[in-house]
Ligand binder design. Structure first.
Ligand code: NAD
Length: 270
């Protein structure tokens, strides 16, 4: 494989990918590429119990297919204490810290500003922005100390643009792009990079939820809604394409790539 990441030792790299146990989700696509291309040990994360069939299957398939160690941790990232608990559970497994942090978990809420409940604003903002901050704050010191680390935040086209009825999602992703650039700058001479990857439309549960809402609020058919919620290439971006780009950011070729927002969006943001 073209991509080859390594610290100066033969240390096996460990990656946490939040929100990574939905079979058609971006998170699992990223986890698979990191295991396949870099042989990384993977920490999967989600909100469901570890005994849930889909969660068990993700964990065992990944371990078998790529012969890497795979843990699963359940944590609700809609509160900062949930994010803190995730950190503590990981410390219990990897006391020296992790090498790669992918902040992928995300949620949205579609309503006019005046109709967004404050509680919803706070919980979505926490999942999309505060929890990534908590995780970065917790894991970056050990990365800096080791002299190598990768932080990758999964942003969105709405990190640089805006749609009506997306106040909290758009605000959180704009914030996430800002956080990415600040963390990248602060770590620039430490061997740790921080970048954002910004997908266009990917056919996942989050997308299907957005599609259903569009059908209901605009009174249009699913087919019509799909032509609106589509990338200019008229193709969905795939979780694997996002995963391969995250994988590239973990490679030596990306040693000098930091503070970047990498668009994988079929031209959506231009
Ligand atoms: P998805 O619904 O498949 O995945 C979202 C993940 O976030 C899930 O694994 C879920 O468990 C996790 N999550 C949601 N609420 C949580 C909570 N309270 N606590 C902990 N985890 C929680 O959707 P996806 O499309 O794979 O989304 C992944 C990322 O990609 C998100 O950050 C999203 O904003 C971003 N994104 C998606 C699209 C798209 O078109 N699908 C486009 C741009 C950006």
């Amino acid at each position: 494989m073209l991509y080859h990441s390594m610290t100066s030792t033969n240390h096996v790299l460990t990656a946490l990918v939040t929100g990574s146990t939905r079979c058609n989700g971006i998170g699992l696509g990223i986890a698979k590429c990191l295991a396949k291309n870099h042989n990384m040990n993977i920490i999967l994360h989600g909100t469901r119990d570890r005994a849930t069939k889909e969660v068990e299957k993700c964990q065992s398939d990944l371990a078998k297919e790529y012969n890497v160690s795979v843990h699963y941790i359940q944590a609700d990232l809609s509160t900062s204490s949930g994010a803190q608990q995730l950190c503590e559970q990981i410390d219990g497994i990897y006391p020296d810290g992790i090498d790669v942090l992918v902040n992928n978990a995300g949620d949205g809420h579609q309503n006019l500003v005046e109709d967004v409940p404050l509680q919803k604003w706070e919980s979505v903002l926490t999942i999309n922005l505060t929890s990534p901050f908590v995780l970065i704050k917790h894991f970056i010191p050990a990365m800096k100390k080791r002299g190598w680390g990768r932080i990758i935040n999964i942003s969105s086209v709405l990190g640089v643009r805006a749609h009506a009825k997306s106040a909290v999602y758009t605000s959180s992703k704009h914030g996430l792009n800002g956080l990415t650039k600040v963390v990248g700058k602060e770590a620039a001479d430490t061997g740790v990079t921080c970048n954002a990857v910004s997908p266009g439309w990917v056919e996942t549960e989050l997308y299907l939820k957005t599609l259903d809402k569009k059908v209901k609020t605009d009174g249009i058919s699913k087919e019509e809604a799909k032509t609106i919620l589509m990338n200019p290439t008229k193709k969905y971006v795939t979780p694997e394409q996002i995963g391969e780009n995250v994988s590239f950011l973990c490679s030596r070729a990306a040693d000098n790539t930091t503070c970047a927002v990498l668009n994988i969006d079929g031209g959506c943001s231009s």
